[in-house]
Unconditional design. Structure first.
Length: 189
């Protein structure tokens, strides 16, 4: 009687051990834990073709964020989201007012601060007729509808063009300040 269940028990133990080894990462089997730096590099969430909406205190649509991909990282005291081809659309009185686009971006602390990088363009809407801002990189504080850069910026409105170094844009006030080295050309026709 003893001999009949012993091979069965041995087969069950071998199958269980094989499953345990195949399902467990080698680091876990060896008792090696990832360092905090390795754990911080691991993405918490990846969203493709992302579309988000953000509302103000009164419940009105304040801005939308669309991106080809959002890769979200959660750290101990903060978070970060890497954005691929982000597009932000700011609203005033329920109408789209400012549109931003860039190659990539990074949002910090649940989007309190968004750093756009790579061919950043901000258009005042409606598109023909409004101004267009272009710069290599820009920081946006979406909740304050504020944008700034210390890089060279170009502002065009029809045939008129202004360039300078550094800029502050108060999007909710429709006001833009160029900080230094300002050069402008105007078409008087």
């Amino acid at each position: 009687m003893r001999r009949t269940w012993l091979p069965l028990l041995l087969v069950i133990l071998l199958i269980s051990a094989g499953l345990w080894f195949s399902e467990s990462p080698p680091e876990q089997l060896l008792g090696i834990r990832p360092t905090p730096q390795q754990q911080d590099r691991a993405a918490e969430l990846i969203i493709r073709d992302a579309k988000t909406r953000h509302f103000d205190q009164e419940g009105n649509l304040a801005y939308r964020v669309n991106a080809q991909q959002i890769t979200y990282y959660q750290f101990k005291r903060r978070d970060r989201a890497d954005l691929t081809e982000p597009r932000l659309l700011f609203y005033q009185d329920d109408q789209p007012k400012w549109r931003t686009e860039s190659r990539r971006g990074t949002a910090y602390n649940r989007g309190e601060r968004v750093v756009l990088d790579g061919e950043v363009v901000i258009d005042e809407l409606p598109a023909p007729g409004g101004i267009k801002l272009e710069t290599p990189s820009m920081t946006i504080l979406p909740d304050r509808e504020f944008a700034e850069t210390d890089k060279v910026v170009s502002i065009t409105s029809g045939p008129n063009r202004t360039t300078g170094k550094g800029m502050r844009a108060y999007l909710n006030e429709d006001r833009v300040e160029i900080l230094s080295d300002v050069k402008s050309s105007y078409d008087t026709n």
